[in-house]
Design a protein around this ligand. Structure first.
Ligand code: GRF
Length: 230
């Protein structure tokens, strides 16, 4: 049986779209189905994408608690097994964190534990990376706990910082990798192949994964799939 997945997003939802496209590509081989998309922003592009795909969508309750549905209630109503944060900017309530534990994932556009935490989202992350002078950034997929960006790391993929990068250029290069890595990790977690105890391990020899970025998109996909799917 496939896992019923909820995707939580605050923004445009390009990572949601990447998950939907990858699951379409897998067809019957996919380990999960996106059964719900939830957002703290009623106008979020992610909700529009969900409706376009005939997926249930909900606006979550805001701080005034006068509109929207509480997250825990939405997850119950849609019998969700796995919760995936894809550009979701709010803290997940403690009751949901405790209930889902290892079945609650987030994607972050840098190599945690650096460049994460409260206020570290969007272009701020990439600007901080550039200002720091590090030469490698990347993508982190991690479990979610009560603190921003501090749960156990289950997968990371490096992305080079290149001469002349500004935050926008670096963000675009990192997002390309998010779109390849995150759907494949979500599927592998749904299948039980990747966990915090069994994270994605990068190779210790052979081509360094960052090199696949300087070749074509197919190389990146092949490198990720070789490591995620074995
Ligand atoms: C991505 O960089 C994600 O890692 C970050 O916010 C961005 C979301 O983009 N947390 P989208 O809404 O999936 O297009």
């Amino acid at each position: 049986m496939t896992s019923r997945i909820a995707v939580l997003a605050s923004g445009g939802g390009s990572n949601l779209q990447a998950i939907l496209d990858y699951f379409d590509q897998l067809g019957d081989r996919r380990a999960g189905t996106v059964a719900l998309v939830a957002s703290d922003r009623p106008a979020s592009g992610a909700l529009t994408r969900a409706r376009a795909h005939g997926i249930a969508s909900v606006a979550l309750e805001d701080r005034t608690k006068t509109v929207g549905v509480p997250l825990g209630q939405a997850l119950d109503e849609h019998r969700i097994d796995l919760v995936v944060l894809a550009g979701y900017l709010r803290l997940v309530p403690v009751d949901v964190v405790r209930r889902f534990e290892e079945r609650l994932l987030n994607v972050h556009p840098a190599l945690l534990p650096a460049f994460g935490g409260p206020g570290m989202y969007g272009l701020r992350v990439h600007q901080a990376v550039i200002d720091s002078g590090v030469r490698i950034s990347g993508v982190t997929v991690h479990q979610v706990n009560e603190e921003f960006d501090r749960g156990a790391i289950i997968a990371q993929w490096p992305v080079p910082v290149l001469a002349g990068d500004d935050a926008q250029r670096l963000a675009a290069r990192v997002l390309r990798v998010e779109h390849v890595l995150f759907p494949r990790i979500v599927n592998a977690v749904a299948a039980g192949r990747i966990t915090a105890a069994r994270p994605l391990m990068l190779p210790s020899h052979g081509d360094h994964p960052t090199f696949s970025l300087s070749r074509d998109e197919g190389c990146l996909v092949a490198d990720v799939e070789r490591l995620v799917n074995g």
